[in-house]
Design a protein around this ligand. Structure first.
Ligand code: IVH
Length: 698
């Protein structure tokens, strides 16, 4: 029998939920990411056709809430307490004896759970649906971070199995960031000149405070729950029964957990977990020992801050002392230079440590370390060892940060207010691969037949030293590359040839100027129309020899150029400074000259539709799009408006002519109202658009 669209829709929701559960809770994915994406797209398609079917529990609604303007304080139903903790077995013994003594029992059941090192939150469910998520805050009240928590995959938006279906309840747990995701985030932040977070816990806390759920989603947070709070008696009274109930309800329950009856069983669990903890994807810093039975918990009561029925038995951070031989510097893909401690090899928690990242020079100053100093290394929950300070009695070290690139010798740049020095020489070998990969990528020159692997080959075979060289690769050279047959060699050469007419916008983006993303590239392309015009606006030829990287922005010409650039809508001082720096480097100019010689089009695409001169219907009109439109994507709206000559910009000012406000429009709409800018809701916008488009054709 044929399946109706409605049935298919319900099935897709169940399937996506099931695959989220398998992936995020059980860590046993059943299907590939591509397959998942296919199902998800099918769901979105149906939802587009039938918007009235969509409920807040749809997998598509994990990010939807409008960006919060700030967090609202919510009082906890019951306080969120902290735990008494200890590193000593003797104190665990004392705790266990006291519990039995006070309860007057010979034997008490405890649960032992990992103590996750993250951020505690509580989630409220009404009739089985997630409707409120709150941070621990001061224990009595916290912030409403519902929209951010919805983005955490693995949190059921609606309970469809187990005893919690249609019930009101609260679950408490810990939000964590996996170490792998933390390392990725740190690298990204370092590349962007932002201070990296000190550890996954701080990164988690920082992420949960972001005001834009879209951004939170990118942080890939995870939740593990450990307490179920209910009214009534629809689950048992013991902690182990409740953990099982939570598992049945498809919550991600802290793993592994066990029931212990003696202090020796507690200790055995603790030792086992201590030995295995580096195999978990996230940090854990001990074991939480909890009296299992609710009535016993009540009888034991609490102190002002901690329950008397639980205790954290913490793992000791492992430490070692060794000689810091020297500090070397690594150049990353975007030229970010990271100091690295080269250590006298030392054993720590079962592995030999020779190197450790030092993040940035502020960190080095803070630790007071330098070459030839004995330093302390620590490996806490995390696998990544850290230099945490000087060994006792060691004098303060001396560290001189590098001024030129350790790879290519070009002067390094350290923008004010940033902690990272970076190399901005496009031809720097360390950055070459990364830059080339960016240059050929889909958003940039979109060179068919040249992917990441080809780039590596080209670099390894010394066929390219900068993006300009790509255009001088011959068919013979390509055909001689290992694994390259006639067809692939031809495809490569043709792909490169075809990219010459990618157009100015792509070209500017492809150059990889810091902070110049595709949006800024479009603004610059439209403003200048030709790469030479842009370059001329920044550098007057006679300056070339005198400009050196140091403090360019303080030279008179540099400042003048920045001032001109910042007059353009959407170009702030940070972008302007970066552009000035880029175009003042002779080596970058060399690359540009190669591209010119190769015949790369520095102007508009030849294939582009007719000039959008001042006579276009919307020439000179500034339009801002905000919120989402039902009838078309933002991309489409932008393209259609731009085709009419409009300037589609991202920020509302008094010079904005129209704000097109779709669903869930937020701050921009408010600003438009304040500034009395004309607002077009979707129906009015569609009318206007067809009016303008027919005027354009006339
Ligand atoms: S139970 C009153 N269980 O540790 C009981 N807490 O120091 C406290 N934590 O704020 C909550 N793993 O953030 C509990 N398995 C676990 C835990 C855990 C980590 C955190 C939680 C709490 C802090 C208390």
């Amino acid at each position: 029998m044929a399946v109706t669209t409605r049935e298919r829709y319900e099935e897709l929701i169940r399937d996506l939920e099931k695959h989220d559960y398998k992936y995020y809770v059980l860590a046993q994915p059943e299907i590939s990411d591509e397959h998942y994406d296919e199902l998800y797209r099918e769901l979105l398609d149906i939802e587009k056709q039938h918007p009235n079917w969509v409920t807040s529990s749809s997998p598509s609604k994990r990010v939807g809430g409008r960006p919060a303007e700030g967090f609202v304080t919510v009082r906890h139903t019951r306080p969120m307490m902290s735990l008494a903790n200890t590193y000593s077995f003797a104190e665990v013994q004392e705790f266990e004896e006291r519990v039995r003594r006070e309860l007057g029992l010979e034997k008490v059941h405890y649960t032992c759970e990992p103590k996750l090192d993250g951020v505690a939150v509580t989630l409220h469910y009404k009739q089985g649906r997630f409707h409120l998520g709150v941070t621990r805050g001061d224990g009595r009240q916290g912030d409403d971070i519902t929209a951010n928590l919805r983005t955490v995959r693995g949190i059921p938006l609606e309970v469809r199995d187990g005893p919690g279906v249609q019930q009101d309840f609260e679950v408490r747990g810990e939000v964590v960031m996996n170490r792998k995701d933390f390392v990725e985030l740190s690298e990204k932040r370092e590349e962007q000149g932002q201070t990296p977070f000190a550890n996954p816990r701080n990164a988690t806390a920082g992420s949960l405070k972001l005001l834009n759920p879209q951004e939170v989603r990118k942080r890939k947070l995870r939740l593990w729950v450990y307490e179920l709070l209910i009214e009534g008696d629809w689950v048992g009274d013991r902690q182990d029964e409740r953990l099982v109930a939570l598992e049945k309800m498809h919550f991600p329950v802290v793993q592994p957990w066990t029931v212990a009856e003696t202090v020796h069983e507690i200790d055995a669990f603790w030792s086992g977990l201590a030995a295995e903890r580096s195999e978990f994807p996230h940090d854990m810093d001990g074991v939480v020992v909890k009296v299992a039975d609710r009535r016993m918990r009540e009888e034991l009561g609490t102190t002002a801050k901690t329950p008397r029925w639980a205790m954290a038995y913490k793992f000791r951070a492992q430490k070692a002392t060794t000689l810091l031989r020297e500090i070397t510097h690594q150049v990353g893909r975007t030229g970010a230079v990271t100091p690295v401690a080269e250590l006298e090899p030392v054993q720590l928690a079962g592995s030999t440590i020779k190197r450790a990242t030092l993040h940035n020079e502020e960190e080095i100053q803070r630790l007071g370390i330098g070459p030839n100093i004995q330093v302390v290394l620590e490996k806490a929950g995390d696998v990544i060892p850290k230099v945490t300070g000087r060994a006792p009695g060691e004098p303060k070290g001396v560290y001189e940060p590098p001024h030129s690139c350790p790879e290519c010798g070009e002067p390094l740049l350290k923008p004010e207010g940033e902690v990272i020095r970076r190399c901005i020489n496009v031809a720097c070998p360390a950055m070459l691969r990364g830059r080339l990969k960016h240059f050929v990528s889909r958003g940039a020159m979109d060179i068919d037949g040249v992917g990441a692997m080809t780039v590596d080959l080209l670099v390894d075979h010394k066929l390219v030293e900068d993006p300009g060289d790509l255009y001088f690769i011959t068919y013979e050279q390509a055909a001689n590359l290992p694994g390259f047959a006639e067809v692939s060699a031809r495809k490569l050469v043709q792909g490169i040839e075809a990219s010459k007419d990618a157009g100015l916008e792509r070209l500017i983006f492809a150059l990889g100027v810091r902070y110049v993303g595709s949006g800024v590239a479009r603004v610059l392309a439209r403003k200048f129309g030709h790469l030479d015009e842009l370059a001329d606006a920044i550098i007057k030829p006679k300056l070339l020899q005198t400009l050196v990287a140091d403090d360019l922005s303080s030279t008179e010409q540099g400042r003048a150029a920045m001032e001109e650039l910042t007059k353009i809508d959407e170009i702030g001082p940070r972008i302007a400074e970066s552009l000035v720096e880029f175009f003042s480097r002779p080596r970058n100019l060399t690359v540009i000259e190669k591209l010119r010689k190769a015949g790369v089009n520095f102007g508009k695409r030849h294939g582009d539709a007719g000039e959008k001169g001042p006579s276009a219907p919307l020439a000179g009109t500034r339009i801002v799009l905000t919120g989402s439109l039902d009838s078309m994507s933002r991309q489409e709206a932008t393209e259609r408006l731009e085709a009419l000559g409009a300037n589609v910009t991202s920020s509302v000012s008094s010079r904005t002519d129209y704000v097109v406000a779709g669903e869930a429009a937020g701050a921009k709409l408010t600003k438009a109202q304040k500034l009395d800018v004309k607002i077009l809701r979707e129906p009015a916008f569609l009318d206007k658009l067809s009016e303008w488009e027919s005027a354009g054709k006339a």
